[in-house]
Ligand binder design. Structure first.
Ligand code: FES
Ligand SMILES: [Fe+2]
Length: 355
């Protein structure tokens, strides 16, 4: 399967990457994550070029990784810096790939494409995750046995909440609300506003509200993997600034063709110091993703057996517009990257032929 490569993918929450080596697969490539002694995160291929043993089985010595099998040692740029055998000469091919990283918003991001293009400013804004003076945030990681596009479809489709999350998040009335889908410079917005809607379960659970509230639900999607859902309420007719807002990053990274890393977060702008509400958000969000979304998405994956959903000509509903646009952006980016790679390949061939 082809993936967009020239983009920042979430590799892990900051606290997941430590002085203990963490093996993780991204886009079908085994990667080893760890921190240098000064705290800088490092990502190198988790594959010794000698006998293709995962380097993560070895040990971290200072900032270098020593392979368990025969002791070749690699630094954080992927260069072999020690060969304990014979005269100690280091073969030219004894190096592994290293990947650019940037640490922002409490996440470590990895660039799986051309390192020259890895501009840290390209990470979408997730300020809600690390601004504790304005927002209280919780987060978690799950792994889904499904292709990332199925996960993206789920997250960009706001309407499923009124069916799948009917006891935790939204009432069924949500499905009737009109949609606005906006595409701007490779970003897709899906927006809903529902005046005077019965209080959603979440706000009943955390605030004890009953009756009706005005409700907004908006999804910002930067394909392929960076999404955030804005979910909030006001008393009917009152401006948004007077209400209760939540900001829910949904960041996905393809692990393999058939599995996905899912980094979820949930931040709120009210009752910042109420620990009980924080707990409810943490438990509620984890429950919704683990027990409500996961079974559906993984069942889809099983039925599809690797076939591409769109090739099967699925029935389309109004709520599929957001994911449809995001899928088209992904397809376009993959084609652009393929065309650029082919152009470079052709130039290289011409240069060789000219020699
Ligand atoms: S497999 Fe790593 S040094 Fe031999
Ligand atoms: Fe969901």
């Amino acid at each position: 399967m082809e993936f967009v490569r020239n983009t920042w993918y979430a590799a892990g929450w900051s606290e997941e990457i430590s002085r203990t080596m963490l093996p993780r697969t991204f886009l079908n490539e085994p990667v080893l994550l760890y921190r240098k002694e000064d705290g800088t995160p490092v990502a190198i291929a988790d594959l010794c070029p000698h006998r293709f043993v995962p380097l993560s089985l070895g040990k971290l010595v200072g900032d270098t990784v020593e392979c368990l099998y025969h002791g070749l040692a690699f630094d954080c740029t992927g260069k072999c810096v020690d060969n304990p055998h014979g005269n100690g000469l280091i073969p030219k091919a004894a190096r592994v790939r290293s990947y650019p990283l940037t640490e922002q918003y409490g996440l470590v991001w990895i660039w799986m494409g051309d390192p020259v293009l890895a501009d840290p400013a390209l990470v979408p804004d997730f300020v809600w995750l690390n601004t504790p003076e304005k927002y209280r945030a919780v987060h978690g990681t799950i792994n889904l046995k499904a292709n990332y596009l199925l996960v993206m479809d789920n997250l960009t489709d706001l309407s499923h909440a009124g069916f799948v999350h009917v006891t935790t998040l939204e009432p069924r009335e949500l499905a009737k609300a009109s949609y606005e889908v906006i595409e701007e410079e490779g970003r897709v917005w899906t927006k809903q506003f529902v005046p005077s809607m019965p209080v959603p379960p979440l706000m009943n659970i955390v605030k004890g509200f009953t009756g009706v509230l005005d409700h907004w639900l908006e999804m910002r999607c930067d394909p392929p993997g960076c999404m955030i859902t804005y979910y909030g309420f006001t008393t009917p007719g009152r401006p948004r600034e007077e209400g209760w807002g939540t900001y829910n990053p949904n960041i996905i990274t393809p692990e393999t063709d058939n599995t996905t890393h899912y980094f979820w977060g949930s931040a709120r702008d009210f009752d910042l110091d109420d620990e009980e509400i924080t707990q409810k958000f943490e438990v509620g969000a984890a429950y919704a993703f683990e027990h409500e979304d996961r079974p559906i998405i993984e069942a889809q994956q099983k039925i599809l057996q690797g076939r591409e959903l769109m090739d099967l000509k699925p029935v389309l509903l109004q709520n599929d517009q957001g994911s449809g646009r995001a899928r088209r952006i992904i397809t376009r980016k993959i084609k652009e990257e393929r065309a650029a790679a082919e152009a470079i390949h052709d130039l290289a061939e011409q240069a060789v032929a000219a020699e």
